[in-house]
Structure formats: C-alpha cells, structure tokens
Write a protein that binds this ligand. Structure first.
Ligand code: ATP
Length: 270
C-alpha cells in the first residue's frame, strides 16, 4: 500500500483557548499568527518574516497542539508530517515527500507546515543511528534545508518543527533564515496543571465537588497529555462501575494507573 505523504487540514478548529498554560509560548507564537494574517504590515519597512521556529520541550507538553492552534488562529491550512515516519520510508521517498509537502503548502499559502519529531530527520549529519540508511536521512534533511532557503520573501509559509532533543539537531537547521527561533514548551507547574484539568474536565459528567486544586497537586511531573489521559481514564473507570458522575476517587485511581504506566515505560527505556 502507498504510504500517505503528509496530512493536510484546511479547516483547523483548534484555537489558543484549547491550549492551557504555556503563556510565554503562546505569546511568542501570537507573533507568527500576526505574520501570517498581515504579512505586508511586517515587510513594509524591508524586514523579512521568519521562515521557521522550533518548538522545544518534553513529550506531551502541547507542541503539536500549539502549532495547530497557530493555524487555527490565523485561519490558514495546516500541513504536517512526522520525522519518525521516515524511519519506515523506502529509499528515495523522503526527499521527494518533503518537496511535495512544500509545493502544496506554497500553493495554498499562507500556510503552516508542522514537522513533528524533527530530530528523526534533523540529527547532526555524519552520525549514524540505528534506524537504517543514513544517506536517506541526510538526503531528506538536505531537501528540507533547500526548500527553506528557496522560499522567497513573499512565500508566507511558516515552518514549525517540534523536538525534545534540540541538542542532537544539525546546527545547519538553526542557521539564520531557517529555524532561527526557539520556543520552549515546558512541563506544566501546579497552576498550569489546574488549567489543563479545566480544559479536559469540560466534556465530562463530573461530581459537583470535584476540586481542580486538589487534582493538580496530585499530579506533579505530569504533562498535558498525561492529564488528558487521567481525565479520560477516570471517566472510563466511573462508567465501568456504573456511576452517574466521575468522582474524586476515579481520578485518584486513574492517576495511580497512569503513574504505574509511566514507571513501567521508564524501566524499559533505562
Ligand atoms: P510529543 O512530543 O509527544 O509529540 P506534544 O508536545 O506534541 O507531544 P501534544 O501532542 O500537543 O504534545 O499533546 C497531546 C495531547 O495532550 C493534546 O492533544 C491535548 O489533549 C493534551 N495537552 C497537552 N498539552 C496541553 C495543554 N497545554 N493544554 C491542553 N491540553 C494539552
């Protein structure tokens, strides 16, 4: 079967309201929304709009969500692909896939291109990894650099890329005119966890006395993705017990289950 080249979403519904916490990062990407909506304003004095920004932070902290929200807020199409997909690519496909992606985004411009797990393509050249052909990966990376350098000043496509390993990236990616901005997306603190709980509790039928201060204090070290997971798991636990509402104890059971899962995952990795 033919692998899908990339995802394309022309009507993104995600907005900044869906992204809890991350105030600093949201402020930084607001500027990108403005560039997309009103490019002439920014280029009027001869300045060049940035071509790319790197979203850097641990897994599950909302990098993909934030990139999607940029497209949603600017009302532009969202083109995305994941660097890890290249691990399973046939020889020669990576570079042409990147070429097609940029071609389509330019046709639909203004647009956002999002590359998740860019480290799978963008690690420093000359360092092999276990995922097979290094030449193939380098060709893909070179094509990406070529595409970004080839953007005219009025292309109005902005490339956002996400990584949790900025340290392994090829320095060529960070050069001026490429991913020359870094936006940090960190694990949430207790106040941000409360906000994330509020977003993910909204669709649930929950007990009236549920306290998000309490829940946020019970979940140190949890990412936004972990919290979304807790909320969903709690709703399933409560439903299995035939309850009418999701209660505090269901959340505690869900937290236990997810902490157990995280511990197991860490054991396998280390
Ligand atoms: P990865 O590095 O694993 O790809 P990521 O940083 O891109 O992770 P997302 O895929 O954006 O993380 O997050 C996964 C899900 O977790 C989101 O779809 C959302 O439901 C929830 N989530 C994560 N962060 C937040 C947040 N700040 N506010 C609300 N929901 C969040």
């Amino acid at each position: 079967s033919k692998a899908k080249l990339f995802d394309q979403n022309t009507e993104v519904k995600t907005s900044f309201k869906d992204v809890a916490g991350l105030e600093g990062a949201k402020e930084e990407v607001q500027e990108i929304v403005d560039f997309l909506k009103n490019p002439e304003k920014y280029t009027s004095l001869g300045g060049k709009i940035p071509k790319g920004a790197l979203l850097v932070g641990p897994p599950g902290t909302g990098k993909t969500l934030l990139a999607k929200a940029v497209a949603g807020e600017a009302k532009v199409p969202f083109f995305s692909l994941s660097g890890s997909d290249f691990v399973e690519m046939f020889v020669g496909v990576g570079a042409s896939r990147v070429r097609d992606l940029f071609k389509q985004a330019k046709e639909k411009s203004p647009a956002i291109i999002f590359i998740d797990e860019i480290d799978a393509i963008g690690r420093a050249r000359g360092k092999a990894n276990f995922s097979g052909s290094n030449d193939e990966r380098e060709n893909t990376l070179n094509q990406l650099l070529t595409e970004m350098d080839g953007f005219g000043t009025n292309t109005n496509v902005i490339v956002l890329a996400a990584t949790n390993r900025a340290d392994v990236l090829d320095k060529a990616l960070m050069r001026a005119g490429r991913f020359d901005r870094q936006i940090f997306v960190d694990l949430p603190d207790v106040r941000e966890r409360k906000e994330i709980f509020e977003v993910h509790l909204k669709p649930l039928k929950k007990a009236k006395d549920l306290n998000t201060d309490f829940l946020s204090k019970q979940t140190p070290g949890f990412s936004g993705a972990d919290i979304a997971n807790v909320c969903n798991e709690a709703a399933l636990i409560a439903a299995r017990k035939g309850k009418k509402h999701v209660e505090k104890q269901d959340f505690l059971d869900a937290v236990d289950r997810i902490v157990g899962g995280l511990e197991k995952k860490n054991k396998i990795i280390t």
